[in-house]
Design a protein around this ligand. Structure first.
Ligand code: NAD
Length: 375
């Protein structure tokens, strides 16, 4: 289910398959927050940032924790969990120091632990704000999973808390650190397709009943918050600018218990200042779907799967594009670690997460009133 010259610079480039992550950015975001991180300066050989994982669920245990072994600048040092038995077992499995096991209740005690540089919040979105703010107030940098939080107000509070504490905030948009997506962005920015004209992006899956994902208080919304955000985020990073208007419709399968509190299928159209239009969709009652297409004046680009955990395939002008492999999970974590250790701007900062949530709020509003909404 979906669902950083010296050692540091070489490591970042290796982690992103030599595709120049440090030089790629999203124009619109750069305006907001400086999305193109400057090349970090040299850090002491072998220095790694210490990460604490908060929330030991499917994504943390299945994808994030196992990938620390692929990291060059990040090491797993602590767990923070609501379940003491699970925390103890997981800490044992990863050989963590028993003093580095925390609960949600004693989270503030991490401020006295110099092993921990970053807290990675991997819980349902309904409590991302609380855990991000508490971690920043405890003097730690934060990586927070997508979607950043249920509302733009929550997101702004998270950004403000990290800024006040003087700490970095990264949103876990792993596709921005994934080689095929980095190559696709490069093609769009360098004009390899000519001027961009149209983008299509579709993401969905068939959700089982009974998960927090279908409970509004914890999820903040339905398919759009959870999986449609990949369609939205991709449209923005491929277009390289921010949309000025959105029009959306929502359709729920009638009488389906999964869609009592949250939406199923969302179709949304984003209009960008250059004239690019993105037609995107999102679904919770679909056979798996994970793709985007970009149409330019002189060429097309297709990625399918596009934003999956692995197995990405990219074509340009219908021909396969060979992209050297790279580990998106490790690259995402190493990027934040390099920004902490060496200095530099986060490629996917809180402002990026906030922008998606602002647009999602406008998507919900457009579907409610039946008209386009200006952004
Ligand atoms: P999950 O249900 O498997 O795990 C959630 C974890 O949060 C559990 O350990 C649970 O105990 C804990 N938790 C804390 N407070 C909770 C509460 N009030 N209710 C329920 N659980 C609570 O979920 P997941 O799939 O690991 O998703 C966690 C976060 O990671 C979400 O924000 C999700 O969108 C994100 N995610 C991202 C990706 C990605 O590819 N970037 C993939 C999957 C999930």
């Amino acid at each position: 289910m979906p669902e950083s010259e010296g050692l540091s610079r070489r490591t970042l480039l290796r982690g992103t398959a030599g595709l120049g992550l440090a030089t790629l950015g999203c124009q619109g975001l750069a305006q907001q927050s400086g999305a193109t991180p400057p090349p970090p300066t040299a850090a002491p050989q072998g220095k790694k940032a210490g990460w604490a994982i908060l929330g030991l669920g499917g994504y943390a245990l299945g994808q994030i924790m196992p990938n620390f072994k692929e990291c060059q600048r990040s090491r797993l040092v602590a767990v923070i969990s609501g379940s003491p038995d699970k925390a103890k077992k997981v800490a044992g499995d990863y050989g963590l120091d028993a003093k580095n096991v925390y609960s949600y209740e004693n989270l503030e005690a991490i401020k006295d632990n110099p092993d921990i540089d970053v807290v990675y919040v991997i819980t349902p979105p309904g409590n991302h704000r609380e855990f991000t703010v508490r971690s920043a107030q405890a003097g730690k940098h934060v990586c927070c999973e997508k979607p950043m939080a249920p509302t733009a107000k929550d997101c702004q509070a998270m950004i403000d808390a990290c800024r006040k504490a003087g700490k970095l905030l990264q949103i876990g948009y792993r596709s921005r650190y994934e080689p095929h997506n980095i190559r696709a962005i490069e093609a769009c920015r360098k004009g390899e397709l000519g001027r961009l004209r149209s983008i299509v992006s579709d993401h969905g899956f068939n959700i089982p009943n009974g998960l927090w994902r279908t409970q509004r208080k914890l999820s903040g919304g339905g398919s759009m918050m959870d999986i449609g955000i990949y369609s939205l985020n991709a449209a923005r990073y491929l277009a390289g600018e921010e949309p000025v208007e959105v029009y959306a419709t929502i359709h729920n399968l009638p009488n389906d218990p999964r869609f009592k509190e949250v939406e199923d299928t969302v179709h949304f159209t984003l209009r960008f200042p250059s004239g690019v239009v993105a037609n995107c969709s999102s679904g919770y009652s679909w056979a798996g779907m994970n793709r985007y297409h970009v149409i330019g004046e002189r060429g097309t680009l297709e990625a399918e799967p596009a934003t999956s955990y692995g197995g990405q395939r990219l074509t340009m002008r219908r021909r396969p594009v060979e992209v050297p492999p790279g580990n998106q999970f490790a690259a995402q974590m190493d990027h934040l670690s390099a920004c902490i250790l060496d200095g530099g701007q986060v490629l996917t900062p809180g402002e990026d997460g906030l922008q998606d949530i602002r647009i999602i709020e406008a998507i919900y509003e457009s579907a409610r009133i039946g008209r386009p909404v200006k952004l």
